[in-house]
Write a protein that binds this ligand. Structure first.
Ligand code: CAA
Length: 283
């Protein structure tokens, strides 16, 4: 199938990045959110990130203008049904995702492929509540979307080969690299990354090292671009906790037990950069 238009649901950190890279690759993008303020903020973020790419000589000003022309926004979810490929990037709560797909379903074209950018929720379970589990899969970008090279493509149990091949062709056109993952809790990247971040929080909790020494150790000792606690703040501590809970419940192994300190930070509303406070203070 030849994808021409992409519907992105959710204009947050991931959604605006997805709209950005899709438009730059030549797709017509329809970006949806329940809040006009979120849509306006997303367009401003996309403009800023495209302008940065222009200033660094990565793209031309004409490419930036053409990309911006290709992005339309809507508060009306049913309009998303007119696109060829839907990428849901709403809040990482399963009930919200089910409700979105349920509301969208009556408005979908027969050929439209549904995908979710979920970082850990079961693709098979999300797909099973739609009318097209064979044309449903996981399309998981990494943050920041315009910079990170990888996209995880996750097959649900019923995903057909044409759907996978269509999504793989989209990833190729973005100039990114697809990693194929089976549908098990947290897929590949977060199955490995989140236990490392959780272990860094335990290392802090048990007093083995300070925030600074833990991050510095992993940056200088393991060549990570960001320390694990800085990265947790960047991803969002609520997201990190949610993924640890999915691993803990889904794999029923105590090695995935979320660190009590991570839970405490989330309960305090210290969610990282987005709330100006996490392991670091951004105020
Ligand atoms: N949009 C566009 N470009 C951006 C950008 C954005 N949002 N953020 C950074 N950039 C660009 C910069 O312009 C810069 O480009 P040039 O190389 O052309 O100069 C480049 O990215 C590097 O940025 P900076 O120089 O500002 O900063 P940096 O060198 O410290 O890199 C970083 C920033 C790319 C975020 C780097 O620290 C990094 O790779 N960190 C790790 C990120 C990571 O692990 N992400 C995955 C998280 S896990 C996930 O996403 C999955 C999940 O489900 C939770």
């Amino acid at each position: 199938m030849d994808v021409k238009s992409v519907g992105v649901i959710g204009a947050g950190q991931m959604g605006n990045g997805i709209a950005h890279v899709m438009a730059l690759a030549g797709y017509n993008v329809l970006l949806n959110d329940i809040s006009q303020d979120a849509l306006d903020a997303a367009i401003e973020t996309i403009k800023g990130n495209l302008a940065r790419q222009v200033s660094r000589g990565k793209i031309g000003d004409d490419e930036m203008q053409a990309a911006l022309q290709r992005i339309k926004t809507t508060l009306n979810l049913p309009e998303i049904g007119q696109t060829d490929l839907v990428i849901e990037a709403a809040t990482e709560r399963e009930a919200i995702k089910h409700a979105i797909f349920e509301d969208l379903q009556p408005h979908l074209q027969a050929h439209t492929i549904l995908t979710s950018n979920t970082s850990s929720i079961s693709i098979t379970r999300l797909a099973s509540r739609t009318d097209r589990p064979e044309r449903f899969m996981g399309f998981h970008f990494m943050n920041p979307v315009p910079v990170m090279q990888l996209v995880e493509l996750i097959r649900g149990i019923a995903t057909d080969e044409e759907t996978f091949a269509t999504c793989k062709a989209v990833v190729d056109r973005l100039g990114k690299t697809a990693a194929s993952a089976e549908d098990f809790p947290a897929f590949i990247v977060n199955r490995i990354l989140m236990p490392m971040i959780n272990e860094a929080v335990y290392t802090l909790y048990e007093g083995v090292g300070s925030v600074q020494s833990i991050d510095q150790s992993m940056k200088l000792g393991a060549n990570h671009p960001m320390g694990p606690l800085e990265l947790a703040d960047f991803i969002g501590l609520d997201t990190c906790l949610a993924i640890m809970n999915v691993l803990h419940e889904g794999l029923a192994d105590t090695k995935y037990r979320p660190c009590p300190l991570l839970t405490k930070y989330v309960e305090a509303g210290w969610l990282g950069r987005k709330t100006d406070r996490g392991f670091y203070d951004y105020r």
